[in-house]
Design a binder for this molecule. Structure first.
Ligand code: PLP
Length: 382
């Protein structure tokens, strides 16, 4: 067994930051009150949630009342899209999204189609970029929501969300941004992004799993998707995950505090990784060469299966992915790569390496030393 894991799958999830754990521990041990209780222990829990909400609002540049804590990024996406759709049925039934969204968005739109909603999927170019003009052309008087991701989870391409938001704002159509991959590394000011709704997930920025965040601009009406108690101002029933909420807010704050130090280091590692991997014959970068997440290096290789590369890397103690976390292990080529017009055979040979704050130059050296041999060997076996 290799001595240590070289973890290069930070787009799938991240390790909990030790400082975040420290902030959470009291709410898992001594401060265990139910935030809805009126005695001191309960009030302490509610105070912790209130300050977490303020911390998040500070980073998003919004009011604390516009922040809802949910159970994950998928739930935030579901609440945003279904929540808007089911309150806007009198206005229209048309949704706009892109074919490269996460399944939390795509399958939610498909689900709504069962209730009479219709979805337009605006195309992406070969880099996976949506053209804001295409969004504008797709708008109709029936359009009730546009949902476009901030950055793609497989290829790392950053979408022109502020521009798309400006178009939607001019037509008074709510704009949802799935910012799950952007959280912790790209600016999140909702005013600058022209976003009316924005989803985040704590486990992508060194926070705990099982906590999502949904920003919804004041005045945006959402039909709650969970019935029960009146937590989160009636938007999301269920006893609050106090420790998780504290962890999510702490992680988000720390991610942006650390960013000036972390960002140049990660970008330098990513660029070295990309330059090195592209010396392998028959390799190709996927996603936009410049407008991409600082930690994402994703590729396709001719004549190899992505899953075989993953297994070979695993033997060396390297954790990587062929694309999104949810498609790991599946043999279908990625919907993202196909939407970017990559031939099916090439889409089968994908590899996504996503760096994190603890990766080192040594990690990159190990990959660059091993990968050419792995690809060559796998090609010979075919
Ligand atoms: N949206 C995007 C872009 C993602 O990458 C993910 C997770 O990979 C999600 C949504 C879902 O987030 P969660 O795992 O917290 O449900």
């Amino acid at each position: 067994m290799p001595e240590r894991t070289i973890y290069l799958d930070h787009a799938a999830t991240t390790a909990l930051d030790a400082r975040v754990l420290d902030a959470m521990v009291p709410y898992l041990t001594t401060e265990y009150g139910n935030a809805s209780s009126i005695y001191t222990l309960g009030r302490h829990a509610m105070q912790a949630i209130d300050s977490a909400r303020e911390e998040v609002a500070d980073i998003l540049g919004c009011r604390p009342t516009e922040v809802t804590f949910t159970g994950c990024g998928s739930e935030s996406d579901n609440l945003a899209i279904k929540g808007i759709a089911f309150t806007s049925q009198k206005k229209g039934n048309h949704l706009i999204t892109s074919p490269i969204e996460h399944h939390a968005v795509l399958y939610t739109c498909q689900y709504l189609e069962r209730f009479g909603f219709k979805t337009t999927y605006v195309p992406v170019d070969t880099y996976g970029r949506v053209d804001p003009d295409d969004v504008e052309r797709a708008l109709t008087d029936q359009t009730i929501l546009v949902s476009i991701m901030y950055a793609n989870n497989e290829v790392g391409t950053i979408e022109p969300v502020a521009e798309i938001g400006r178009i939607c704002r001019a037509r008074k159509i709510p704009f949802h941004v799935d910012a799950v991959q952007a959280g912790g590394s790209l600016p999140l000011d909702v005013t600058e992004l022209n976003a009316d709704l924005l989803s985040l997930s704590a486990h992508k920025f060194y926070g705990p799993k099982g906590v999502g965040i949904l920003y919804a601009r004041q005045g945006v009406r959402l039909l709650p998707q969970l019935q029960g108690g009146s937590q989160e101002r009636g938007r999301r029933a269920g006893t609050e995950n106090v420790a998780g909420i504290v962890g999510a807010a702490t992680a988000l704050r720390l991610a942006y505090e650390d960013l000036p130090e972390v960002l140049p280091r990660i970008i330098a590692l990513r660029d070295r990784l990309i330059a090195g991997v592209l010396t392998i014959p028959g390799s190709q970068l996927t996603g936009h060469p410049a407008e991409r997440l600082p930690n994402n290096a994703s590729f396709v290789f001719e004549g190899v299966e992505g899953e075989s590369i993953l297994l070979s890397l695993d033997l060396l103690g390297v954790a990587a992915s062929t694309g999104s976390a949810c498609t790991s292990g599946s043999v279908d080529p990625s919907h993202v790569l196909l939407a970017m017009h990559l031939p099916v055979e090439l889409a089968h040979g994908s590899l996504r390496l996503t760096l994190g704050k603890d990766n080192t130059g040594e990690d990159v050296n190990t990959i660059l030393a091993a990968l050419p041999g792995i690809i060559e060997k796998l090609r010979q076996l075919r």
